[in-house]
Design a protein around this ligand. Structure first.
Ligand SMILES: C[S@@+](CC[C@H](N)C(=O)[O-])C[C@H]1O[C@@H](n2cnc3c(N)ncnc32)[C@H](O)[C@@H]1O
Length: 248
């Protein structure tokens, strides 16, 4: 079974463009050129447009195929960017004076254990200058998704692939309450329903209170918590938890 990030040409269209996320992180990076660290940059979906706005962006990811795509796009756009193949829980770059770091669109849900998330928070803090800020977002666990019956896949995306034609993607999930892990399988089907690709992955479900508790024992303090990328207040109806942290 392939990994979720082995095929950027199949993964990225499912993730889709996210102008709201880009606007949010761009606003936090600021109007002036800043040293920015993208934790789990993938194929550079946010890192590239931030660099295009004049920021000096370093992207870190553990997927060589996603990084290859990010480097290819940076080169095609004539942008000088740094992409590092590393596990962000153990990040140790020689440069440790970033003004702003971010980890976008559920990336930190790949960290299964509390210690994984804490290691990541500590590693990011070590790479920020005094008073630097770190922002990240993740879904609020959705009871309807957690209650889904396995074996009943649901369509989650359709898109047109340049070589493979029209593609429909379906998702099958199984939630394990004791470990708070949501195991997911995505299947990409071409016309006639033929299976083109399958990937399995698991996302730790993080309830808001436990994120707050983990941050409270990390080097960070919470500056703000929002319910979406528009900066709305976090409420019981929020579907996303968006954190802004600082080290000062
Ligand atoms: C949900 S994707 C998001 C990619 C990008 N931030 C975006 O919004 O398009 C998560 C990314 O995190 C990377 N990743 C997951 N766990 C990682 C780890 N421990 N160290 C480095 N990268 C990791 C994956 O390879 C993947 O590219």
């Amino acid at each position: 079974m392939a990994g979720l990030y082995d095929r950027p040409d199949l993964y990225d269209p499912v993730a889709g463009d996210n102008p709201a996320a880009l606007g949010f992180y761009a606003c936090l990076a600021g109007a002036d050129p800043a040293l920015v660290l993208d934790i789990g940059c993938g194929s550079g979906r946010l890192a590239l447009p931030l660099a295009a706005r004049g920021h000096l962006v370093t992207g870190v990811d553990a997927s060589s195929t996603m990084l290859e795509e990010a480097r290819r796009q940076a080169q095609a756009q004539g942008m000088q960017m740094t992409f590092v193949d590393a596990d962000f829980r153990e990040l140790n770059l020689s440069f440790k004076d970033f003004a702003f770091a971010f980890s976008a669109t559920n990336t930190l849900l790949h960290l299964k254990a509390d210690d994984d998330l804490l290691s990541c928070l500590r590693a990011v803090a070590r790479h920020l200058r005094n008073g630097g800020r770190f922002a990240f977002d993740m879904f609020v666990p959705n009871p309807q998704i957690l209650a889904r019956s396995p074996g009943l896949p649901l369509p989650i995306a359709t898109f047109q692939h340049a070589e493979l034609g029209p593609i429909q993607v379906e998702e099958d999930t199984r939630y394990d309450a004791p470990t708070q892990m949501l195991a997911a399988a995505w299947t990409w089907r071409g016309s006639n329903g033929r299976v083109l690709h399958r990937a399995e992955f698991a996302l730790r479900q993080r309830f808001p209170d436990e994120v707050m508790a983990l941050v409270s024992i990390s080097p960070f303090r919470i500056v703000d918590r929002f319910g979406d990328f528009a900066g709305s207040a976090f409420t019981p109806d929020s579907q996303r938890q968006v954190y802004l942290l600082t080290t000062d």
